[in-house]
Design a protein around this ligand. Structure first.
Ligand code: SF4
Length: 282
């Protein structure tokens, strides 16, 4: 079970396949005159598409909620979508702040971490501290293959020569597997994090995953986030005190130098700037 603390967890949680690629594969049709099936071919899952009326409604809600507090935005999301409302978190400062808010508003929201197998030890320990402080159970969703199996299959670390493929296999595919059980998800994106995030709306349609995407902290600054962390003693990753403002997987994250963009330490030295969860491309 993903949740064990209470009896009334949303039933959808228990149906999430943890180590199955059932949503990512389908069997090919039988070739004419053949008795044997074609090999199973990995394909992207079919994701729901929004109707024009829904897109219009989402835009209206986004404009209406812009300027509201993150707690008000989350309360709206929960009223509208819970229990089919979820959050994926890399346990960055924004994710930790949102979890602290959810703990007060609706702690039964299904929160999970995409555990690629390459995360920092400090990130996994932070999950335990948050669970303990807020009585939550942040789930770990892992790829089908362990790191050892994945690297054996590909002749070594894929992140070293094809980080887009690695992020796809170890993050995007896993999120697709979870997303089919939900209607909406929250993210910790802020507009001032990077130029690629500057236009983030509060609510939008996420066509990649077929979900409504809600960014309650979109209008917050980095200072707002840290003020809340310090003021309410929200647990955070100790690596942030060692010049790691943005933390992903260990092989693809470095400390930043004074004056660098806060995401400059992610995939440093390559053109890659996003893992693909929050971009239209994949
Ligand atoms: Fe792989 Fe790096 Fe992406 Fe993690 S951040 S999934 S190690 S490419």
């Amino acid at each position: 079970m993903a949740f064990a603390a209470t009896e009334d967890r949303p039933v959808t949680v228990d149906r999430i396949p943890k180590h199955s690629n059932e949503t990512l594969t389908r069997k090919g049709p039988l070739a004419a005159g053949c008795q044997a099936e074609k090999p199973v071919v990995p394909v992207e899952p079919l994701v729901r598409m929004a109707e024009p009326e829904e897109l219009e409604w989402i835009g209206e809600q986004s404009r209406r909620l812009d300027g509201r507090s993150p707690e008000e935005i989350l309360a709206w999301a929960i009223e509208r979508y819970f229990p089919r409302f979820t959050m994926a978190t890399g346990l960055g400062p924004e994710g930790c702040v949102i979890i602290s808010m959810l703990a007060k508003i609706e702690p039964r929201v299904y929160v999970f971490n995409l555990d690629t197998g390459y995360q920092f030890r400090e990130t996994l320990e932070l999950r335990e501290r948050i669970n303990e402080k807020y009585g939550m159970n942040i789930d770990l969703q892992r790829p089908d293959l362990s790191v050892a199996e994945y690297e054996r299959q590909h002749g070594g670390p894929v992140y070293a020569h094809d980080p887009d493929r690695c992020c796809h296999d170890r993050k995007i595919a896993v999120l697709h597997r979870v997303a089919v059980h939900y209607d909406a998800w929250a993210t910790g994106i802020r507009r001032d994090q990077s130029p690629t995030r500057a236009d983030t709306p509060i609510v939008k349609w996420d066509k990649k995953f077929g979900l409504v995407k809600i960014s309650p902290l979109a209008a917050w600054t980095k200072k707002d986030v840290w003020k809340r962390i310090v003021g309410e003693e929200v647990p955070y990753n100790p690596l942030h005190d060692q010049n790691y403002p943005s933390i992903g997987c260990q092989p693809c994250t470095r400390a930043v130098q004074p004056g660098e963009d806060e995401r400059a330490g992610r995939w440093s030295g390559s053109a890659k700037t996003e893992c693909g969860l929050h971009t239209g491309k994949d």
